[in-house]
Design a protein around this ligand. Sequence first.
Ligand SMILES: *Cc1c(COP(=O)(O)O)cnc(C)c1O
Length: 402
Amino acid sequence: MTATTATRRGLRLDRPDERGRFGDYGGMFAPETLMPALEELAADFAEAWADSAFVDTFYHLLDVYTGRPTPLHGADRLSEEIGVRVLLKREDLAHTGAHKINNALGQALLATRTSKTRLIAETGAGQHGVATATAAAYTGLECLVYMGEKDIERQALNVQRMRMLGTDVIPVTSGAGTLKDAVNEAMRDWVRTVETTHYIIGSVVGPHPFPWMVREFQKVIGEESVEQLGGEIPDVVVACVGGGSNAIGMFYAFAGRDDVELIGVEAGGHGIETGRHGASIGAGSPGILHGARTYMLQDDEGQVLEAHSISAGLDYPGVGPEHAYFADTGLARYVSIADDEALEGVDLLSRTEGIIPALESAHAIAWVAKEADALRDRTVLINLSGRGDKDVEMIADKAGMR
Ligand SMILES: *Cc1c(COP(=O)(O)O)cnc(C)c1O
C-alpha cells in the first residue's frame, strides 16, 4: 500500500448529496422497478468505498493489472512547436488503451463483492464494451453486451475483441440499431434480472449512484497527476468531455483551486452553428436524460436530439450531472472543437511526440494548439484519455477524401 492510498481514502465526499444531486443536477429519475436496485447499489457502493480492504484491492489491481500509475509525460517537441508548455497524462497507456478500464474494473469488483453473477453493458463504438468484457474475464463473471446492429457492422474489431474475451455481444435491431436502442435493451434486461445482474454504465452519467461511483473510480487520474507533479501546479488542466468520466477523473483533484483553470472540451462536430455537434453544455439546456437532470441536446418540445461527432466517445447528447454543476458554478469552463480541428490535433501529436491519440483526446490537444497565443508561458496539463489505434481507419478515410 502506498502512502497516497490513505489520502485517497481520506478525501471527503461532499458531492453528491444523499439524494444524488450535484446542486440542481443529477438525482434518480428511473422506472419504479429499478428504484430499489439503485438504492441498494448506492448503499453497497458507499459501504465498499468505506472498506479499506475493497479500496486497497481496487488500487492494487489498478497498479498490477491495468498498469497504473500511467506516466506523466513532458511533451517537449509539441511544447516547442506551439509555444506552450504541455504535460500529458498518459491514460492511453492503461490496459485496453484508455481510462475506461478504471471504472469497468471497479464496478466488476463491486459486483463480485455483492455476489452478482452477471454483468451487462451497452456500447456504441465498443470501447466501453471491451473494457467491461475485460473486467468480466478478469473477475470470472458472465458478461453480455448490447450493441446496435449497425454499430456491430461498423466496429467489427471491437466486437471480435469482446467475443475473444468470452462476452456475448447481442445485436439490437430495434430503432435505428445504434447506441440509444442498445441502452433501452440493457435497461429492459436489468429490470428483469436485477437480483443477479450488475449493469456497468461507462461514464459519469445515468441515475445516482452512477455519476458519483464512476467519478470515484476515475479520480485516480487526477490524484496520480498531483503526485507526479511533485508540488508543481499547472495553470490549466484540459480534458475532452463526452459523458465526462476522464475529465472529472482528472479535474476532481484540482477542483476549487483558484490557481488552476479547468477546461472541458466538447465535440463541436460540423460546427455549433450547424446543429450537428455534441456540445451538451455549450449548446444544450437542462433536462432529464438517462435518469439524471443535466445539460442535454433537445428540441423545443424536449425531444432528445442526436449528437454528432467524428469521435464515437464524444457522440452523446448529454453530459454527466457533475459537469453541469461545474459549468454553472464556474468550477470549470466548457469549450468545443470541431471534427476537422480534432483531425489536425491527431496529426500534430503524432508528428511531434510519436503518440497517435484517440480522436476524443485529440479534441483537447487541438484546443490547446488553437489557443496557444492565449496560453503562452503557461503550463498546461492535458489528459490524454486514449490511444488512436481504433481510429486509424477512420482517419485514413478522411485523409483520402481531402
Ligand atoms: C469513451 C472515451 C471518451 C469519452 O468518455 P468520457 O466519459 O467523457 O471520458 C474519451 N476518450 C476516450 C479515449 C474514450 O474511449
